[in-house]
Design a binder for this molecule. Structure first.
Ligand SMILES: [Zn+2]
Length: 409
């Protein structure tokens, strides 16, 4: 590595460590930012010589990244896989994660959708996993079809990259189509509102069961090589593998199928990967279960309409606390609440809290869901009987509750 890159790496690690010691989070953003100021090519230097998987999409990327990293320990060992496990998913976070890990043969990086093109250019990955595209952070994120176009252009420029892509999402399929080597998986798609129109021809997309096709051009669902069946995953040879996860919901079975497909491109067989996947109990607080005052609190993160639907699917029929903020990391616009059908919650006691609890209150009222407003997480705990309390919160609301529970992992 050139001298400038060595110095930049060292400064990046030191700054991150100082930031952690000062109690300002995990320090990966400031560390990476400083490193890239000193050497703008630092990410490329740090990536060189590693076999890398990138994971991108609107939802599920933190969890899938974690599962892929666990699976790659089969070939890399416990210290041989670098990853940005704290969800810092822009180039500053990638730089910091690779600097901190030292030289490892493998790296698995979660990548914000907007940065995928740049990170592919700089890290020359072996595999890029594309999960899904749907609306997110309405006040600043790109419109879904524009994002698909950006991905498509980026991948067309790297025909050597292996693309592992979700056959169930028309936007993802269209973005991946021009790639030289594609492995399709099926992870399901519960949210359909961002793919009613064909990105190629503008005709309506028709759907039947799990299948879909464009009514005006040849774009249609490719046959997936990896897919979920019952409680397991079928591999490209047609063998079915039972998947035992600590993470809830069919959404996470889909994430496991994705992780197995990515790991296979690194020579890891499902039979070797599966025991590693089952060790993952929570991901940066998501899905964590905490005992508090006789209540079993489970934390579910939901940041946009598609992920709220998934959270309703994961949550048990138990008292449920919803918390919504609209601070900068959440996006300032809460009109997305009207994209979510809250009707699945009509059969359980619902509590609401958070900075924008009143926005949520109006939405629930319109949706015919009864609820009670509480001022704090503590009040929510006192309000529900002993037993399970499901908590579904958006980004900063989730971090607030996690902090009250002593930063559970
Ligand atoms: Zn079409």
């Amino acid at each position: 590595m050139p001298l400038r890159a060595k110095v930049a790496t060292s400064v990046s690690k030191t700054a991150a460590a100082l930031s952690r010691a000062a109690g300002r989070g995990d320090g990966s953003v400031i560390g990476g930012w400083l490193g890239l100021k000193i050497d703008p090519d630092l990410l490329a230097h740090l990536a060189a010589g590693r076999a890398i998987a990138l994971v991108s999409g609107t939802n599920g990327k933190t969890t899938t990244t974690r599962l892929v990293a666990a699976a790659l320990e089969v070939v890399g060992g416990q210290h041989g896989v670098a990853t940005n496990s704290f969800g810092a998913n822009m180039p500053t976070g990638h730089t910091s994660a690779l600097a901190k890990a030292g030289s490892t043969p493998f790296a698995v990086l979660e990548v914000d959708e907007h940065y995928l093109a740049r990170v592919i250019d700089e890290t020359n990955p072996r595999v890029v996993a594309l999960l899904n595209l749907s609306r997110d952070q309405l006040d600043r994120a790109k419109e879904v079809a524009m994002m698909a176009q950006m991905w498509r252009t980026a991948l067309a420029g790297h025909p050597d990259v292996i693309v592992v892509a979700n056959a169930d999402d028309p936007m993802v399929v269209w973005a991946a189509q021009g790639s030289g080597h594609i492995t399709w998986f099926s992870a399901g798609q519960r949210w359909l509102d961002d793919s009613f129109v064909c990105p190629e021809s503008g005709h309506p997309i028709e759907r039947s069961g799990g299948d879909w096709w464009c009514s005006g051009c040849p774009l249609r669902r490719p046959r997936p090589q990896w897919y979920v069946e019952d409680d397991g995953v079928v591999d490209p040879r047609g063998d079915w593998h039972l998947v035992k996860l600590q993470l809830p919901g069919t959404v996470n079975l889909g994430n496991a199928a994705t992780a197995l497909a990515v790991a296979a491109e690194f020579g890891v067989r499902p039979i070797e990967a599966l025991p590693r996947l089952s060790t993952v109990a929570s991901v940066a607080g998501r899905y964590a279960q905490v005992e508090r005052d006789g209540r079993n609190v489970r934390l579910l993160l939901a940041k946009n309409p598609a992920s709220w639907l998934e959270a309703f699917d994961m949550a048990e029929q138990a008292p449920t606390l919803l918390s919504v903020n609209a601070r900068d990391p959440d996006g300032l616009d809460t009109s997305w609440l009207y994209d979510v059908d809250f009707a699945p919650l009509r059969d359980r006691p619902v509590l609401i809290t958070g900075d924008r609890a009143y926005d949520l209150a109006v939405r629930l009222e319109v949706n015919g869901v009864r609820f009670e407003h509480v001022k704090s997480f503590d009040e929510a705990l006192r309000t529900v009987p002993p037993g399970r309390l499901e908590v579904i919160a958006n980004y900063t609301a989730f971090q607030d509750i996690r902090a009250e529970l002593d930063r559970v992992n």
